[in-house]
Ligand binder design. Structure first.
Ligand SMILES: O=C(O)CCC(=O)C(=O)O
Ligand SMILES: [Fe+2]
Length: 312
């Protein structure tokens, strides 16, 4: 059966040599060929993951008017479509599929408001309204951003033949879209798309049958659930940064099971005012401009996410 590769974060962290180890070589090949992999040995407890999935499930079971008190239009961060609750048929990831039957809540890294996009606080239900929702999510976010993201960035830098700290200056205050999604039973969908950022760390609720599938090596591959492993997929911005070497892979969710499904993707982007030059080019790229265009395409024009327009 065609499956996605498994990469060990602990092995990536072990390397003492500047050119990396066998795991970095496997990561390099994986990023070239699949752009999608499982990440194991990430150091985040499954108890915290399970608690956060359950807290999400409880939030989505609240009455619609309770959830709508935290809608995107109540949020104060610019653009307000990057935070808060979006009901069923809110997001369009592929124009032909149309608005997705799924509901979601977006969090970010809590920072004081500024005139920069994607920067500020989230209006999120407190413990009395949704017990454990904010607290579990922010604890998980803290762990993902300290135990996983910096080490994965370093692993990718070494795999690319760069110094381990190559990406560090661009990610000291990264932008994060931290999302939890609820797919209804027998018909939850996320339309075909690519992710727009550097990479996405995806936690999917465990089910014996897969709902996420990935188009790699000219075939659709099921991203089956592997217990205790996260899914990582590379985004368009890393594809651009590496001049097309590392690939951002199309994927979609078709959830047909009788129980609804929770997933928790963390979409990682560089600092809001970062400017990077794709490897081997003089071009200067502002990631925030790319992000704003993507948000406009998804939420305003409703023409899809990432490179969805190229995917028929
Ligand atoms: O829910 C999933 O498994 C994947 C969701 C996804 O690809 C996305 O929101 O970008
Ligand atoms: Fe995605």
């Amino acid at each position: 059966m065609n499956t996605l590769p498994i990469i060990s974060l602990a092995q990536l962290k072990k390397s003492s040599s500047p050119s990396g180890n066998e795991e970095h070589k496997r990561l390099y090949d994986t990023c070239l060929e699949h752009g999608f992999f499982y990440l194991k040995d990430h150091g985040i407890s499954s108890e915290l993951v399970q608690k956060t999935i359950q807290a999400s499930r409880n939030f989505f079971q609240l009455p619609e008017e309770t959830k709508k008190a935290y809608s995107q239009d109540k949020q104060t961060v610019y653009p307000n479509t990057c935070r808060g609750y979006s009901p069923l048929y809110g997001e369009t990831l592929h124009e032909d599929v149309g608005p997705d039957p799924k509901e979601l809540f977006d969090l970010g890294i809590e920072r004081p408001h500024s005139d920069q996009p994607f920067t500020g606080t989230t209006l999120i239900p407190d413990e009395t309204v949704a017990p454990g929702f904010a607290s579990c999510h922010y604890q998980l976010q803290g762990e993902i951003m300290s135990k996983v993201v910096p080490h994965l960035l370093r692993g990718l830098a070494v795999a690319l033949g760069q110094k381990p700290d190559y990406f560090d200056p661009y990610f000291d205050e990264p932008i994060l879209i931290h999302r939890t999604i609820h797919y209804p039973p027998e018909g939850g969908i996320a339309g075909k798309h690519t992710d727009n950022g550097i990479f996405t760390i995806l936690i999917q609720e465990y089910f014996p049958n897969p709902s996420l599938r990935v188009y790699a090596k000219e075939a659709w591959i099921d991203a089956i659930c592997l217990e205790d492993a996260f899914v990582v997929n590379l985004g368009d911005m890393l594809q651009l940064w590496t001049n097309g070497l590392f690939i951002s892979t199309p994927h979609e969710v078709i959830h047909t099971l009788a129980k609804s499904r929770i997933s928790i993707p963390f979409f990682v982007y560089p600092n809001v005012n970062a400017v990077f030059q794709p490897i081997g080019s003089d071009e200067k790229i502002n990631p925030t401009e790319i992000m704003l265009k993507n948000f406009n395409s998804i939420w305003v024009e409703k023409t899809g996410g990432g490179r969805a327009k190229e995917l028929k």
